[in-house]
Design a protein around this ligand. Structure first.
Ligand SMILES: C[S@@+](CC[C@H](N)C(=O)[O-])C[C@H]1O[C@@H](n2cnc3c(N)ncnc32)[C@H](O)[C@@H]1O
Length: 259
């Protein structure tokens, strides 16, 4: 009988709060031989790794890669052995702007099996914390997750016409540096400059901050408040439904509540 192939567990750690880990993620973290983790994985989650377990940080710091992606891929290949439990721990969900797909495909090329364990992505975690439903009957019939991150030599090319849909919530990951361009693109394609926007910094962690504004002027507000990554930007009418005190504005109109 042939031996089982080596296996790497690609595990989502959620947005920061350790209570938002899945039970499966917790079991794997606590039974791992080695945990390879990103900077976005919060301290509270790292504390759940047993003291004797090897841990390797491969995250980014202030935009500076501690380890380039190609080296992370090779590291995972070198660690994977049939008799070793390797947990690759990533912030949020591994398959949402997490390069989990790249790692899984690379491992597959070497005959290494991959188990993907989903995590709560920042959009879900931050929206829940803020009390903002990402979709809501008669307010938003869909939600789109986009990245605002582009390398310096790349133009910010987006299909603004399709993104400027007032019936769809737009969630921008990694958009703090490019929000001026994003807001201009959306307004240029016809999205109302008064569209509400929520900005959530370090959502679900003890150090989270959030505020709301409108599309026209959100860059100035973000700059004035000195918002730092990781932060998430939620654009759309659903922001008017926010329950969190620092985001809630006027009492909700009966029409929105369906009364
Ligand atoms: C490389 S992406 C990783 C996303 C992750 N895989 C996920 O599913 O949430 C990093 C970006 O996610 C967003 N993000 C992640 N965690 C966050 C948090 N706790 N609060 C706000 N934004 C967060 C920020 O936009 C950050 O720049």
């Amino acid at each position: 009988m042939s031996a089982a192939p080596p296996l790497v567990h690609l595990v989502g750690a959620g947005p920061g709060d350790p209570d938002l880990l899945t039970v499966k993620a917790l079991r794997l973290i606590q039974s791992a031989d080695v945990v390879v983790y990103d900077r976005l994985v919060g301290e509270g989650i790292l504390e759940l790794i047993p003291p004797g377990t090897a841990r390797i940080s491969v995250g980014k710091e202030s935009g500076r890669h501690l380890l380039p992606q190609s080296e992370i891929n090779d590291l995972l290949v070198s660690l994977a052995r049939p008799d070793r439990r390797v947990v690759r721990l990533k912030g949020g969900d591994p398959f949402v702007f997490g390069r989990g797909g790249e790692e899984a495909l690379y491992l597959a090329q070497y005959g290494i099996a991959v188990e993907v364990v989903p995590g709560i992505t920042a959009a879900s975690g931050c929206a829940a914390m803020a009390g903002i439903p990402l979709t809501h009957r008669d307010v938003a019939r869909g939600v789109r997750l986009i990245t605002g991150h582009f390398s310096e030599d790349q133009a910010l090319e987006m299909d603004w016409r399709s993104l400027a849909d007032p019936s769809c919530t737009l969630v921008v990951y990694m958009g703090i540096a490019t929000i001026g361009l994003i807001a201009a693109g959306l307004m240029g394609a016809g999205l109302d400059p008064a569209t509400p926007v929520a900005v959530i910094e370090r959502g679900t962690s003890g150090a989270s901050r959030s505020f709301r504004g409108v599309l026209d002027g959100i860059k100035a507000e973000i700059d004035a408040r000195g918002v730092q990554p990781p932060a998430l930007i939620i654009i759309g009418k659903v922001v008017d439904l926010a329950l969190a005190a620092e985001l809630a504005e006027a009492p909700l109109p009966d029409a929105v509540l369906g009364l």
